[in-house]
Design a protein around this ligand. Structure first.
Ligand SMILES: CSCC[C@H](NC=O)C(=O)O
Ligand SMILES: [Zn+2]
Ligand SMILES: [Zn+2]
Length: 394
């Protein structure tokens, strides 16, 4: 369905076709048999496409993107989220329009153009299309980087997703916050709901929540009071889950709270965990915590001129007069597994003049912004794939 004129760039058509494949959690359609690699991870497909370089011994460029998307609340959408409707302004509406099916197609279309122009480069370029990023990547990129198939890619430098930017500038991410998901369980005395039971689970949970949320408030204020800070520079914390209770007149013996915490790479993780342990200890006996996500990796990618990959990336952006804003990614992407495996990685989705709508209702991307992104990659890839041999490459 299109509400616009008939002539459409074939790259846009391909993008819209991809958006119509329903790869939404919890049951993403990853393709035909979904055999995965050697059946290690049933139903999850990692697709690798390779454009061989003229010097295949050199380390490669990895263009990574995830194929899954997050769920939708369809009743809040103006257009159906898996139809990729384009309105009269050229805005393409679909789940995944920003996160990150645009980037997958932009990689492919940039390479298609370079090949059509007869170009070839010293370094090999690999594209990886990975599943399950939106649920933590544990059966996707986290596993894949451990596999011999990944090691065989001989990665030198990787690109992965970033975020849209409403202004003229482009956001570029050289590191990410560590996600910690913590469940705090409080045990207490049960009894009749009409009595003043002492040492209840609820009283302890109240203390736990107060401590966690007081820290949240102080980080929120720190961000607000210093204009040089972005969301990537402070620790975010949210109470996202509550559990407990069986009946209105029964004081429960157990209650739990779940917190989503995102910690900047500059934070001392060990000291922070000690702080959490103290908050739990101070709430009374029978208060324990467990981790459901605990990322301990704090690698960041150098954005110094001395990093030849960054020099190539930023040099192209300078030539194209793209204004870059360097940030720490406020949430988590598969880049953290690439960086943890020891490879420099930059998070970049070339979407300026675009509201940040990932995971939101009415996610869209304008076709002109999308097409400009292809041109940007068509300039970035030659530079990255032509980075001269590094000292370590002999
Ligand atoms: C911590 S695993 C979940 C990863 C997820 N990534 C994108 O939104 C996120 O919540 O950041
Ligand atoms: Zn994403
Ligand atoms: Zn996402």
């Amino acid at each position: 369905r299109t509400l616009e004129g008939p002539v459409e760039d074939p790259s846009v058509t391909l993008f819209r076709e991809y958006l119509r494949i329903n790869t939404v959690h919890p049951k993403p359609d990853y393709g035909e048999d979904g055999g995965g690699w050697g059946g290690v991870c049933q139903g999850r497909v990692v697709l690798v496409l390779t454009w061989q370089g003229t010097n295949p011994n050199l380390r490669s460029i990895l263009l990574n993107s995830h194929t899954d998307v997050v769920p939708v609340f369809e009743e809040h959408w103006t257009y159906p989220p898996f139809e990729a409707v384009k309105d009269s302004q050229g805005n393409i509406y679909a789940r995944g329009a920003q996160d990150m099916k645009c980037v997958s197609i932009q990689y492919l279309e940039a390479i298609r153009r370079l090949k059509a122009e007869g170009k070839c480069f010293a370094r090999t370029i690999h594209l990886t299309f990975v599943p399950d990023e939106e649920v933590g990547g544990h059966k996707g990129m986290e596993m894949f980087v451990q596999r011999p198939e990944f090691k065989a890619l001989n990665v030198g430098f990787a690109l992965d997703e970033g975020l849209a930017s409403p202004s003229d500038t482009f956001s570029v991410f050289y590191g990410e916050k560590s996600p910690w998901w913590i469940k705090v369980k409080c045990m207490g005395s049960p009894g009749h709901g009409s009595r003043f039971i002492s040492s209840t689970a609820a009283e302890k949970l109240h203390k736990v929540i107060s401590s966690f949320l007081a820290f949240r408030e102080s980080e929120k204020q720190r961000l607000k009071s210093d204009s040089s800070l972005t969301l990537g520079d402070v620790t975010s914390l949210n109470l996202t889950m509550l559990e407990g209770g069986v009946s209105f007149n029964v004081v429960p013996s157990e209650m739990a709270a779940g917190f989503d915490i995102r910690i900047p790479p500059t934070m001392d993780l060990k000291a922070f965990e000690e702080k959490i342990a103290a908050w739990c200890r101070d709430a009374g006996d029978g208060v324990t915590y467990e981790f459901l996500q605990k990322c301990m990796d704090q690698h960041i990618t150098s954005t110094e001129e001395s990093n030849p990959w960054w020099k190539a990336f930023s040099g192209v952006c300078r030539d194209l007069k793209l204004q870059l804003k360097l940030e720490i990614f406020p949430a988590a992407t598969d880049s953290r597994y690439i960086r943890a495996a020891g490879h420099p990685a930059i998070g970049f989705s070339p979407m300026n003049r675009t509201p940040v709508l990932l995971h939101d209702h009415n996610e869209f991307l304008n076709e002109q912004v999308f097409l400009r992104g292809i041109e940007i990659y068509a300039c970035l890839l030659p530079a990255l794939a032509s980075v001269p041999p590094l000292p370590s490459e002999g």
